[in-house]
Design a protein around this ligand. Sequence first.
Ligand code: ADP
Length: 336
Amino acid sequence: MNTAAAQKPILDIRDITTSYHIRRSGAQKATTLVAVEDVTLSIKPGETVGLVGESGCGKSTLGRTIIRLLEPSAGMVSFAGQDITHFNHQEMRPLRQEMQIVFQDPYASLNPRFRVRQILYEPFRIHGISKAVASQKIPELLSLVQLPPDSLRRFPHEFSGGQRQRIAIARALALEPSFLVLDEPVSALDVSIQAQILNLLEDLQTELGLAYLFIAHDLSVVGQVSDRVAVMYLGRIVEEGPRDAVFNSPQHPYTIALLSAIPDISAAQGRQTRERTILVGDLPNPLDPPSGCRFRTRCWRGDQLCVEQDPPLAPVSDSLVACHYPGAENHWSARS
Ligand code: ADP
């Protein structure tokens, strides 16, 4: 997708932490689950940043914090140069036109009792935009997502999964946003349909100059669409860099493990060490994260330093990496 090297970011988040207060069964007091911790990320106009990591690592929480469906407990969210970290509902209202979200399951996110015409009318109604303007815009939206005009009369259940996701995208585009959070937008779809939706998103980005935060647990999907990739593990970004740097020269062992799970890429890179880079175990419980480096309980490079010290994100080659022993796998094997 587009590169936007010289532009100022449309989205800038600094040291974001987002927590949930949960009550465990039988417990008197609420416990704090830190789902996202100290995350810094920026996205330029027209750029796609892919956010990848296992289920439960905090991707959705970060996406929702960015568009202020959740309020962070620390850090700053800035959108188009404006600090929106603590904006209330009223203050966020005009910005809701600028930033939208598309969810994984289009069926759950579309009202089954509404025809498509009404689904697409909702954003206009909520924002007090006249019916006349909406009536003119709605057929245009349908054509943007390449659905036939007679779709307006139909209900969501009359469409396939891919078509329903097109409707959800059309609704997200109704108010002409400049930034979309795409939260696992193709994960519920068959592979052939995934490609169609990814192509559509790419075309829309080119046509409308949109910026995307593209969230997925599947690194191969993220690789197809992203200019930059941020890899998340247990609430933190552990590696971030240009797509090609992350794919061709991954530095963090977690990124290497995610990449080695993509058969084509492992084969193309001639990786001989695949057995060593298969992830073992599950994501640790965020209520009880490991000391030091959070990845150390699943890492084959870890030592005492990793137990004791949490590695900060630091520049390595073209990327930022949070690892005491960063390096592409070949380089690391050669050293060990
Ligand atoms: P991902 O999108 O990567 O799957 P999430 O952001 O959904 O991750 O979840 C991150 C962590 O926060 C998980 O441990 C999850 O169980 C927890 N979590 C998510 N939503 C809530 C919630 N509404 N209340 C309490 N905990 C939550």
